[in-house]
Each structure stands twice: as structure tokens, then as C-alpha cells.
Design a protein around this ligand. Structure first.
Ligand SMILES: Cc1cc2nc3c(=O)[nH]c(=O)nc-3n(C[C@H](O)[C@H](O)[C@H](O)COP(=O)(O)OP(=O)(O)OC[C@H]3O[C@@H](n4cnc5c(N)ncnc54)[C@H](O)[C@@H]3O)c2cc1C
Ligand SMILES: Cc1cc2nc3c(=O)[nH]c(=O)nc-3n(C[C@H](O)[C@H](O)[C@H](O)COP(=O)(O)O)c2cc1C
Ligand code: SF4
Length: 645
């Protein structure tokens, strides 16, 4: 077998696992009233079917009596026997498919409290500011309250065992547990604060309380931050000392990740960050303490996982978002079907939606969260379907329509498939996106979609084609500001520059427009060795349209790569040696540049759809030709339309 270490059956403490692949805890928001739903359970079952060895649930609250937060995240609570049935349905469903399941149990929330519940001030180890509302401080937990939290933790662990879980995952990262562990948040002067032992007391007591309910042989995994990712936060050296102190507690594994809610992009790393962001840190712990290690964070593929396992850097690999993008991530690698794996593009949509109180969804996998509806069904009657435009919307529609048994023709006016996805995948940091484009092309090819390149579809073409249904996915084109000089040979649209980079791009470049496209084009130009790259933006902020969870990482990367950021400047004119820009007070400024790149947005191209309305029985419009947006809308609209046809 190719990845023998990764796929060998193995023990984690007393737990027999079919391989070393752990589904990392990920809250999807698929709960209703803090209870698991069919949607949530089927999501997990699909990943169990897909070959994960151990599934770790997302955050579960052990109690809501002392610390009832968070109020809005929809985390399930396991505080009474009446809850067991919901959890048991989950454990039974996962077991049916050969995976084991651990419950990520949190003793409390502390400074991560969200919307304030009247009469219930948030609590913490000390008086500390809430992360989301710094003006509000936590009330210090009394010793009696700590005792209650510990008791309630044990109760939840006992209930979890009764519900069929195979292990308790003691969640001491970011939330209340971590706040006790870390001197940046724990200022107590009693036996719960001060020395490492004292700050670990709450952890020891939670573990003891759980053990008292589940027995000494029951597997316990502890989840800790390696470091918090900000100067005052806990550093690696102290985490090593902490893990050493866990050795005597017969812990089955420690799950180690960099980051915190204050350093979120370390915890859930973006496309702009490196592969295996936590691996070397976790290895330092592994060398120092004799407890098996699980590590996660941007682990790209089975090849990489096999290597870090063989190099002895970790004992288990945690796979999070790749399992969202492709539930069969493990099984496909095991069966050597690597080119069938739909890769995660690290775009952060899934987590961004959770943070903004929506169901999680995926940019590349429209079936995520809809597993409970089953696979797309074969059509009752095969239809002749014309899909116009080979961008992500058109290719996704073609894939699902072909799977339904329709006879699909995909027509693209340019010489290649991809639309803007082709350009989006060009910068070095977008290698996942490149993989996604390859995957879409492979799907279209494998399903025998009839692809016609270099063919522009017009009204006449549609009428001659005589399709039963037409899907218009003609996308968008660059929006170029109407200013003097913009048609000069020193000016390029960002998408053209990315798609067909040529050597005539000079060393001094001004990129006009600092949305996602402008920012990534600036990084790309830096990759190409361009010396002075200046990014101007008429709005007061750079990366204004980049989703929140990715934005700070992108800004960090721009700063680190020395891109000159100039918000509040509007392009007025392109000259032979650069640009003239105007600030918000009407002052003009000249910026020298040999090449000017325009990234001022896209405009939709819905003209074909307008022209063929009423001419064909079934005609649909999807993706950017409705309005320029992102992959997630293009892909989801394509999937919904394919279901309808
Ligand atoms: C440089 C760049 C980077 C981006 N990066 C990201 C990103 O990281 N994440 C993200 O979510 N979104 C990103 N986007 C946005 C994303 O690419 C679009 O939302 C997405 O491509 C829309 O897909 P679509 O299929 O609707 O349209 P398009 O991608 O525009 O594809 C439309 C296709 O239709 C073809 N076509 C048009 N008219 C006809 C016709 N009459 N006959 C035949 N073919 C026709 C076009 O040639 C094109 O290939 C980026 C956009 C750009 C420009
Ligand atoms: C949508 C989403 C939800 C998450 N929810 C949790 C959670 O409930 N508990 C937790 O400990 N980590 C959570 N994480 C962090 C993941 O467990 C994991 O550490 C992170 O995604 C990095 O791994 P990856 O690069 O393989 O995705 C979440 C991540 C994502 C993307
Ligand atoms: S939404 Fe983006 S980051 Fe999340 S799993 Fe899908 S591709 Fe990966």
C-alpha cells in the first residue's frame, strides 16, 4: 500500500483505530436549538464512510449552569440524560461505518462569551475583557463555582460514555479551560493561579472528574494550544512543560495546534499560510513528552501526512477542511484515486459563515451540509442540455447534469476551461485552487461532457442547437474605469495579466483596486520578482471585500512582502510614466510606474440570457453573469439548477 503508515490499523490508548486519520473538530452550525439534527449527523456519517479513523465532534458544552455561554454558536449541550438520544444517534451512525468517535467536551467559555444573557454576567478565571466586547469584563469564578464546573464536567463525560462515545476529548484550547491554563488570562492568586501546576489544576480536576465517571481505561484525549500566536499569550516552552505534566495521567493522545481566537489564522490557517503550520511545534512537544500526538492545520495530502508520520513528527494527523471539501478524502487516497479528490482551497468560507451565524457551506463542495438529502438523483428523462460558459458555474452544472444522465454540451468561447477560476489559480498561494480547477476538468472529461472550446455562443447558436434546456453561465468581464490613458500599452487588466503573464511587465507596478483580486495580483507580482509594487484603493481600507476570516492573513502577507499599500487614493489618469491619483481631500499625487494593472472589479455579462429568454423552453442563469460574486455562489447555483433540470 502506498501510504502504509497513514493507513495502518493502530491503537490510540485502548482505542483500536483503522488508520491514523482523525477528523478534526469542526462546528458546522447544523444544530437547531443546540441539538444535533439529521443534517449534522449525516454530515458526520458521510466522513465515517469516507474512511476517517477517528471522528472528533465539534465543541460540546458540558454544562450551562455556571457558564451558559456561548449563547449564539449553537453548540450542543450534554448536561442531562434526556440529551443522550441525540448523541447516541450520532455515535451509532458513525460506528456503522467503521469509524470511532470522541466528544469534544468543553467545561466553559469564559472570555469568549458572545451575546450577553440578561442576569448572567460572563465568568472567567479572573476579571478579563471579553474578546468580542472588550468593555465587558468577566466575573471571577468562585471556588464553589469551579467545583461545580468540575462536577458538571464529570457528569457530561459519564453521559457521553452512555451515549456510545469511544473517547472524551478534553477541550482546553481558547475557551475557559485555556484561560485557566494561561497566565495572560489567569491572574488568580489562589491554588488555581500562579505556578504551572496551579494553572493546570482545573484541567487535572476536569480529567479526574471525567475519569471518576468513565473509568480508568476509557480513552481521554487532551486538546491544547501549542502557542497562542500573540506576544503575551502562552509560548511553546510552557506548553511543553504542561504536556510533560500530563504524562502521569495516562492520556491517550494530545491534540496540538497553534493559535487561539486572538490568533485565529494560526488555528484555521488560510491559503496565504504555509502547509503544516503546527507540525514542527508539535514535534517539539512530542520529543519532550511521552504522549501520542495528533497535529493538524493545512496538512495538504496523504503524501505529506505519510512523511510527517514516518519522520516521527506526529502519531496521528488531524484533517479538518479537506474532509469538508471531500468526505471521501481518506478512502480515495487509500484506493489510489488521488485525482478524484476534491481539494480544499483554504478560502475560509466554511468558518466565516459559522462566525456570522449561518450554516457552514463550502466553496467547492455544494453537497456539504446536504448529505441528508442523498446524492443527486438520476433524471426521469434524459434531456439535451446546453451549458454556455466553462467557468466554475458552467463546469459544476455540467458535472451534475451529466451525473443525472443528461446529454450535456459545454461551450466555451476561449481556448480553455476555467473562466476566472483559471486566473484565480495562478498565484503561488492558490495551489489548492489550481487543484480544484484540475478536478473540475477531470470531472467534465470523465463524465463524457461534450466540450466545445473556441466557440462563442450567440442567439442563433442556441436556436440551432435545439436543446431541451439551456444553462447560461457566461460570467463576468473586467470593469475598466474610464480615465484618460487607460487604453495605453502600459495598462493591463489584472485577470489578463494573471492568465497570460508576459515579460514586458516592468519592475515598478501600480495595481489599481485593492479588493481580493488586486491584493492577490500584488502578491503574484512580488512572486515574479517585481521590485516596487504599489496597491492603490479609493476606499479607506485595503482588502475590503475579502471575507473576514481571511482578511487579516492577507493583509499580513501584503505587509510582509513589502507591497506598498495606499488606501484612499482614486485613479484619475494613466500617464506614460505612471498614474495620477486623487486623495479624499481632492489633492492629486503622481506615482511612477512602468506598468499599471487594473483590478477595479468585474461586471456581469448576462446579455445572452436576456436575448434567449422566451426562445427556449427551459433557460437558466447561474454564477457571475447574474452578478459578480465568488466561487461559492457560482457552484451552489449550478448545483441547485442541476437538481431542477
Ligand atoms: C483574478 C480573479 C481571482 C479570483 N479569485 C477568487 C477566489 O479566490 N475565490 C473566489 O471565491 N472567487 C474568486 N474570484 C471570483 C470568481 O472567479 C468568480 O466568482 C467565478 O469565476 C464565477 O464563475 P462563473 O462560471 O459564473 O463565471 P466566469 O468564471 O466568468 O466564467 C464564465 C465563462 O464563460 C465564458 N463565456 C462568456 N460568454 C460566452 C459565450 N457567449 N459563449 C461561450 N462562452 C462564454 C467565458 O469565456 C468564461 O470562461 C476571482 C476572480 C478573479 C477575476
Ligand atoms: C468550520 C470550522 C469549524 C471549526 N470548529 C472547531 C471546533 O468546534 N472546535 C475546535 O477545537 N476546532 C474547530 N475548528 C478548527 C479545526 O479543528 C482545525 O484545527 C482547523 O480547521 C485546521 O485544520 P485544517 O487545516 O485541516 O482545516 C474549526 C475549523 C473550521 C474550518
Ligand atoms: S469552504 Fe473553502 S476552506 Fe472551507 S472546506 Fe470548502 S474550500 Fe476549504
Amino acid at each position: 500500500m502506498k501510504y502504509e503508515k497513514l493507513f495502518e490499523p493502530v491503537k490510540m490508548g485502548n482505542l483500536n483505530l483503522r488508520n491514523r486519520i482523525v477528523l478534526s473538530p469542526m462546528h458546522t452550525n447544523f444544530t437547531v436549538d443546540n441539538k444535533y439534527t439529521e443534517r449534522y449527523i449525516e454530515y458526520y456519517k458521510e466522513r465515517a464512510k469516507g474512511g476517517a479513523g477517528l471522528i472528533i465532534t465539534a465543541h460540546v458544552m458540558a454544562e450551562v449552569e455556571v457558564d451558559p455561554y456561548p449563547a449564539t454558536f449553537g453548540y450542543p449541550t450534554l448536561d442531562s440524560a434526556s440529551e443522550i438520544k441525540y448523541f447516541a444517534e450520532l455515535t451509532e451512525g458513525v460506528h456503522e461505518h467503521g469509524a470511532k468517535i470522541a466528544i469534544e467536551l468543553s467545561p466553559g467559555t469564559g472570555r469568549l462569551a458572545d451575546e450577553i444573557i440578561p442576569g448572567k454576567p460572563p465568568v472567567g478565571p479572573s476579571e478579563i475583557s471579553l474578546l468580542l466586547m472588550p468593555d465587558i469584563k468577566t466575573r471571577i469564578l468562585t471556588k464553589d463555582e469551579i467545583k461545580k464546573l468540575v462536577e458538571n464536567y464529570g457528569r457530561a463525560a459519564g453521559l457521553a460514555k452512555r451515549a456510545g462515545f469511544d473517547a472524551i476529548y478534553v477541550h482546553f484550547l481558547a475557551y475557559l479551560g485555556d484561560q485557566f491554563l494561561s497566565s495572560c488570562w489567569n491572574k488568580r492568586e489562589d491554588e488555581y493561579g500562579g505556578s504551572i501546576e496551579n494553572r493546570m489544576r482545573f484541567l487535572f480536576e476536569c480529567i479526574e472528574s471525567a475519569r471518576a465517571q468513565v473509568g480508568n481505561d476509557f480513552p481521554i484525549i487532551v486538546g491544547l494550544a501549542l502557542d497562542h500566536g500573540f506576544p503575551e499569550g502562552r509560548q511553546l516552552e510552557e506548553t511543553i512543560e504542561m504536556v510533560k505534566r500530563l504524562e502521569k495521567l495516562d492520556i491517550s493522545a494530545v491534540h496540538l495546534r497553534r493559535g487561539s481566537y486572538d490568533g485565529m489564522n494560526l488555528l484555521i490557517p488560510t491559503a496565504y499560510m504555509e502547509d503544516g503550520i503546527s507540525v514542527d511545534y508539535a514535534y517539539e512537544v512530542k520529543k519532550a513528552a511521552n504522549i501520542p500526538v495528533i497535529v493538524d492545520g493545512n496538512l495538504p495530502d496523504a503524501e505529506y501526512c505519510e512523511k510527517i508520520l514516518k519522520d516521527g513528527k506526529t502519531d496521528f494527523v488531524g484533517i479538518g477542511r479537506p474532509f469538508i471539501a471531500d468526505p471521501y478524502w481518506a478512502k480515495k487516497f487509500q484506493e489510489g484515486k488521488n485525482n478524484e479528490i476534491l481539494p480544499c482551497i483554504r478560502c475560509m468560507q466554511c468558518i466565516d459563515r459559522v462566525f456570522f451565524s449561518r450554516y457552514s457551506a463550502c466553496s467547492v463542495n455544494p453537497e456539504y451540509g446536504l448529505e441528508y438529502q442523498g446524492k443527486i438523483r438520476k433524471a426521469a428523462k434524459s434531456k439535451k442540455v446546453l451549458v454556455v460558459g466553462g467557468g466554475p458555474a458552467g463546469m459544476t452544472a455540467a458535472k451534475y447534469l451529466a451525473e443525472k444522465g443528461h446529454e450535456v454540451t459545454l461551450v466555451e468561447k476561449s481556448s480553455r476551461l476555467g473562466g476566472h477560476l483559471f486566473e484565480a489559480a495562478v498565484p503561488e498561494c492558490k495551489k489548492g485552487t489550481q487543484g480544484y480547477l484540475e478536478w473540475l476538468k477531470h470531472q467534465v472529461n470523465k463524465l463524457n461532457v461534450n466540450v466545445k472550446l473556441n466557440t462563442e455562443v450567440n442567439q442563433e447558436f442556441v436556436l440551432d442547437f435545439k436543446a431541451d434546456a439551456v444553462v447560461v453561465s457566461t460570467g463576468s468581464v473586467p470593469q475598466i474605469p474610464k480615465v484618460p490613458g487607460v487604453e495605453g500599452t502600459n495598462v493591463k487588466a489584472a485577470s489578463n495579466l494573471l492568465a497570460d503573464f508576459t515579460d514586458d511587465v516592468k519592475d515598478d507596478v501600480v495595481v489599481v483596486g485593492a479588493g481580493l483580486v488586486g491584493c492577490e495580483t500584488a502578491l503574484f507580482l512580488k512572486d515574479k520578482g517585481k521590485k516596487n509594487v504599489t496597491l492603490i484603493e479609493m476606499l479607506p481600507e485595503i482588502a475590503y471585500d475579502v471575507i473576514y476570516m481571511a482578511r487579516f492573513s492577507l493583509l499580513g502577507e501584503l505587509a510582509q512582502r513589502g507591497v506598498n499599500l495606499r488606501p484612499g487614493l482614486k485613479l484619475k489618469e494613466v500617464t506614460a510614466d505612471g498614474i495620477v491619483a486623487e486623495d479624499q481631500n481632492g489633492n492629486t499625487e503622481r506615482i511612477k510606474a512602468g506598468t499599471v494593472v487594473i483590478a477595479t472589479g468585474l461586471k456581469s455579462d448576462g446579455s445572452l440570457y436576456d436575448r434567449i429568454q422566451g426562445e427556449v423552453n427551459e433557460v437558466y442563469q447561474i454564477g457571475d453573469c447574474i452578478k459578480p460574486r465568488n466561487f461559492i455562489e457560482a457552484v451552489h447555483e449550478a448545483y441547485e439548477i442541476a437538481k431542477m433540470i
